[in-house]
Design a protein around this ligand. Structure first.
Ligand code: ATP
Ligand code: MG
Length: 451
């Protein structure tokens, strides 16, 4: 396991320097998973790393000297090289008060969070250094804190959430004592900056087994710190369209939908409004009228708390808004085009709406063959209608606002928007009308009628 440019760095640092691959790169290599970056650790102090790397013609950036980190560019890829270090006391539950450089490799590994993240491999070959049983835990597919989990989670409140995130990304379980320590350290976890919380939750949701991570959030009560609005979904019973309760259905949809941020967050939140809108009709049937709007409100509250980006908020709002629309074979083409127009208005591509709907249908767990067949048929039809590129919005009409003002001999005003909407309605019913001549005739008729 290695990447050739690392050997060049090893040569630059000299034969007596220890240079080890550490952390996630070792874990992922041993698991045969792709990883984005190489984390390196060395016995040399940062000024020596910088001097020797530069002398060998490598570009070096002093990114975090006070923590012992310099970044070396290897074939244009930034690689962080951190001096073996130990952490001083943690007083605020977030970061150590100080770090001590120049300690032994084993001491450096002992400050790391989980045994599977606390192994090291020498660059250029040599034995794996594994003082805390990381390999055994990898084989057992288990996330276990290095040392006493209660103490480790008292030091840094982010670690419990990282445990849940790794469970989702690599499909492991959390070792019982490690899991049991999380609810006892919620007060520390509460102090973590929301930006870091959001990043971890987002990685958790994008993982390959996100339902594992979510179940762990529930079991450990981390859910109640950052996503308390979701708790009522647990055990909330549904109706004859669903095999599962709201929470289990949600886990299914999160699992089924492609692993992309917007789709996964939308899956998590799309039915959050159901518990609050649940009613039972005279016939005993359960309904969730207006739950989409309620889910959107709850999503907004959660995203506000977690300081999510505006782009994500809009994307998720659109997915939630349209998840309750179920076009059927009985819909005429004009109704389908109106629906396509609403998706365009919300910047939601048809394919993403469809990917979400498919997962939502699968998550119902009933009558799957029929549902899938119906979904395919519907998508073929909607895609064909969209491919004909009909005008779906006012800006796509063959006559623009200026032309209509000339035609009416009037400056713009509320009348113009109203006229454009009427023309669009006509074109949605019959796309053949979207020509300058046909729209001129229609517009003149409308203007006569309203005068
Ligand atoms: P990924 O890069 O896939 O998110 P990773 O395990 O590499 O996973 P990083 O955040 O890149 O995680 O951290 C690199 C290594 O640093 C970890 O593997 C772990 O050894 C250590 N580490 C990171 N964050 C913490 C923490 N909060 N507490 C203790 N050790 C940590
Ligand atoms: Mg990493």
């Amino acid at each position: 396991m290695t990447w050739d440019p690392l050997l060049r760095l090893k040569e630059a640092l000299g034969p007596e320097a220890e240079l080890m691959i550490v952390g996630g790169a070792v874990r992922d290599e041993l698991l045969g998973r792709p990883h984005a970056d190489w984390d390196l650790a060395t016995s040399l102090l940062p000024p020596t790393v910088m001097a020797r790397a530069r002398a060998a013609g490598l570009k070096v950036i002093p990114t975090g000297i006070q923590h012992g980190t310099v970044t070396v560019l290897l074939e244009d890829r930034p690689v962080e090289v951190t001096t073996f270090r130990s952490d001083g006391d943690y007083l605020d539950g977030r970061r150590p008060e100080s770090v001590r450089l120049g300690v032994s490799l084993v001491e450096d590994l002992s400050r790391r969070d989980f045994t599977i993240n606390a192994m090291a491999l020498p660059v250029g070959g040599g034995d794996l250094v594994d003082p805390f049983g990381g390999q055994v835990d990898l084989a057992a597919r288990m996330i276990r804190a290095v040392g006493d989990p209660l103490q480790r989670f008292a030091e840094d409140g982010l670690r419990p959430l990282r445990a849940c995130r790794f469970a989702s990304q690599i499909g492991f379980t959390v070792e019982p004592a490690t899991l049991a320590a999380i609810p006892l350290r919620l007060e520390v976890a509460r102090k973590v900056a929301v930006e870091r919380v959001f990043t971890e939750l987002d990685k958790l949701l994008r993982g390959s087994e996100p339902h594992r991570g979510l179940v762990l959030l529930v079991e450990s009560a981390l859910l109640d710190l950052w996503l308390p609005e979701l708790r009522p979904m647990l055990g909330c019973g549904q109706n004859r369209h669903h095999r599962h309760n709201v929470w289990v259905h949600t886990l299914e949809v999160v699992r089924q939908v492609p692993g992309e941020s917007g789709l996964r967050w939308a899956a998590l939140l799309h039915d959050a409004g159901k518990p609050g809108t649940r009613t039972t009709g005279p016939d005993g049937e359960v309904h969730f009228y207006g739950h989409e709007a309620r889910s959107k409100e709850l999503a907004e509250a959660i995203f506000e708390r977690l300081k999510a980006s505006q782009a994500l908020r809009k994307d998720v709002a659109a997915l939630i808004r349209h998840h309750g629309t179920h076009p059927t074979a009985a819909w005429g083409d004009p109704a389908c085009r109106r629906f396509l127009g609403r998706l365009v208005g919300d910047n939601l591509p048809l394919e993403r709406w469809a990917a979400f709907r498919l997962a939502d249908q699968q998550g119902k767990g009933l009558d799957l063959e029929n549902r899938l067949g119906e979904h395919q048929g519907l998508m073929t039809r909607l895609a064909a209608l969209a491919a004909a590129a009909p005008a779906l919005a006012v800006r796509e009409l063959a006559l623009d606002g200026a032309a209509l003002m000339r035609l009416a001999g009037r400056p713009g005003g509320p009348w113009l928007g109203e006229l454009q909407r009427q023309l669009l309605e006509a074109v949605l019913d019959d796309p053949g009308l979207n020509t300058a001549d046909a729209l001129t005739a229609l517009a003149l008729e409308q203007l006569r009628n309203t005068n």
